[in-house]
Design a protein around this ligand. Structure first.
Ligand code: HEC
Length: 200
């Protein structure tokens, strides 16, 4: 009985916390230029990462691919950022690289994504955008969840092989990014851009 009660409170929270700001910012109106740009940057960044992961897994196997992720994930994010004028990154509730740890706003959105997923929303179309004030600057911020696919669990799953576990421990002594199942939210893309005049 106690359990049932807390379940229903969670459901109410999920709908008030997540769905209304989402509709107001991301879907309720004609998409802004900012959200269109953010969506296409996420596609480009995601496909750069996937390409590097896939080719290194295929040609040299997961241990080498792990090294490639270690050395290339940062530069790929930097390159996508400097080409676009946005800050483009990945974050998660459980990070491998501590440089990817979420800030307060990202943490709130990551929790919001978990609630929306639990309420049955599809990860494919899930996103959140908001213009926030940071000091004297208006910053447009956008996040999109990254689902865990079959290939990901080799390095982020609950049953990672010994060799990979050892290599991860060597490269990331504080690794927290294991235990994910296919379909879980592995993390999220997080983009931001300083805007001179709010478009939304
Ligand atoms: C070959 C091993 C390997 C595979 C397979 C792999 N990853 Fe990772 N992943 C890593 C490493 C290493 C990092 C840390 C990269 C860095 O230093 O920035 C990482 C980091 C991440 C991050 C950034 C947040 C964090 O934890 O630091 C996300 C998000 C992520 N991976 C998602 C995925 C997804 C989604 C897949 C499947 C499509 C996947 N990974 C497959 C090794 C892997």
């Amino acid at each position: 009985m106690k359990y049932m009660k807390s379940m229903s409170i969670n459901v109410v929270l999920a709908s008030t916390l997540s769905i209304s700001p989402f509709l107001a910012n991301a879907e309720g109106m004609i998409p802004s230029e900012n959200i269109k740009e953010a969506r296409s940057l996420v596609k480009a960044f995601g496909s750069d990462l996937k390409h590097v992961l896939k080719t290194s897994m295929k040609s040299e196997g997961p241990i080498k691919a792990l090294e490639v992720c270690n050395t290339q994930a940062g530069p790929i994010a930097k390159q996508n950022s400097s080409l676009s004028g946005w800050d483009i990154a990945r974050t998660s509730l459980k990070v491998r690289n501590e440089n990817n740890a979420p800030d307060e706003w990202e943490l709130t959105v990551l929790h919001q994504f978990e609630k929306r997923k639990a309420a049955g929303e599809n990860l494919k179309t899930m996103e959140y955008a908001e213009t926030v004030q940071q000091g004297d600057k208006s910053v447009y911020r956008y996040m999109k969840p990254i689902p865990t696919a079959g290939v990901c669990v080799q390095c982020h799953g609950g049953n990672v092989g010994d060799e990979i576990t050892k290599k991860v421990a060597l490269l990331y002594p504080n690794d927290n990014a294991t235990g994910f199942n296919i379909g879980d939210i592995r993390g999220a893309f997080s983009l931001q851009k300083i805007i001179t005049k709010p478009i939304d």
